[in-house]
Design a binder for this molecule. Sequence first.
Ligand SMILES: O=P(O)(O)OP(=O)(O)OP(=O)(O)OC[C@H]1O[C@@H](n2cnc3c(O)ncnc32)[C@H](O)[C@@H]1O
Ligand SMILES: [Mg+2]
Length: 201
Amino acid sequence: MNKQWVLATGNKGKVKEMSELLNSFSIDVLPQSHFDVSEVAETGTTFVENAIIKARHAAKVTGLPAIADDSGLEVDFLSGQPGIYSSRFAGENATDQDNIDLLLSRLKGVGEAQRNARFQCVLVYMRHELDPTPIICQGTWEGTITDKENGENGFGYDPIFWVESDQCSSAQLTKQRKSELSHRGKALTLLVEKLKVQLGQ
Ligand SMILES: O=P(O)(O)OP(=O)(O)OP(=O)(O)OC[C@H]1O[C@@H](n2cnc3c(O)ncnc32)[C@H](O)[C@@H]1O
Ligand SMILES: [Mg+2]
């Protein structure tokens, strides 16, 4: 049987974006739902802390190595909000749509030149729950916030994140193109390189 790792996220969009690259190792990287890992409170004040909290929790529950993603959207006009609170911007049980609606309302009337934003992604790999040297990789993606939603792909804030290079929203990119450009794609490429070294591949 192949070795198993746990992907410490409850977000199906992240699982889709991360599975392919991670499964290029001879290891089965399975989402935490496969092991009945519950959600854990994200009590950190940085993406790094929250990613460690999630990876540690999943490693503890499963006894397996774990990879976690903590990510979010920083909007300059809002002094970096929603940041680490991106998934709960409109409240603890907010849907992606609730968060988009709130963000658009906060930016109502704000001109294009002031709508700069970036996605941040921190990935953490822990060999076990007490791993004192987790691997930490980061990626960012610059864009602007539109005033209307466009596209059906992706998740979260993708329909309102304008990608200048491709003249479309992030939700109008294919999965492959989003991975080439995105915060998560960049962090994942770095992580895979480091894991290859660690695994001697
Ligand atoms: O904590 P887990 O279980 O991984 O799932 P989550 O959705 O709660 O994930 P985060 O706590 O890291 O919150 C990140 C939020 O930032 C947003 N986000 C992150 N990456 C994104 C992307 O590629 N496209 C659109 N929105 C994204 C989206 O709203 C996410 O819910
Ligand atoms: Mg979360």
